[in-house]
Design a protein around this ligand. Sequence first.
Ligand code: ATP
Ligand code: MG
Length: 203
Amino acid sequence: MTSEKDPPRISNSYKAFPRQKEFHESKAKYRLFGGAAGPGKTKALLWEAIGQANEVAGCDTLLLRRTYPELESSLLSYFRRDVPRSMYESYSESKHVVTWLNGSTTRFGYCRNENDVYQYQGAEFLFIGIDELTHFTQKQWQFLTSRNRCPAEVYSNGKNARLSRRRLEHFCRAILQHLRYWAPHGAPGRHSARSLVAAMDFH
Ligand SMILES: Nc1ncnc2c1ncn2[C@@H]1O[C@H](COP(=O)(O)OP(=O)(O)OP(=O)(O)O)[C@@H](O)[C@H]1O
Ligand SMILES: [Mg+2]
């Protein structure tokens, strides 16, 4: 039974399609969700960030698009359209940061220039969702993976760090073999026939 004070449940606003459900339920550290015919990649990323932020109090999550106009017309407009005001404490229009009722945050950002990712230097995110990964450069991706850390864990253990690097290298080799259209030098807007969303979690 819910009372008037209970925050609205995610399931009241979002019912995942089967492929989205598969995406949400995956336990993989790196998850890729592809498909050109609008299978709900962007929406799934948004609700994954919302779900994780609301599950773990006091953590930060990040949702990215390559450019601001793209961010505005996708993730941000879905947030404004689909997420009830009663679900969050505040939203900063200037910083594009939502603070949820449990103190966790979701930041909407963009990295138009190669070096724009360094704005996240020193930050740690429980979850990073990259919408249209193929618009990002490999260097940006690699830097962003380093920001994907669980705030509850000390991440300085050498063994873990080596393991994580090895996994990352393996992943990058695999993805580069399969995605020849990856923009090699970071030119935004280089479009591909297929699109790809990526999500990274710390487990
Ligand atoms: N689970 C859902 N329930 C209802 N509507 C949904 C759901 N998932 C997506 N949609 C709607 O379907 C449309 C397409 O979704 P979305 O933009 O997330 O797809 P996409 O895969 O990112 O598309 P594109 O390849 O164009 O970027 C949007 O209007 C979105 O609100
Ligand atoms: Mg999309």
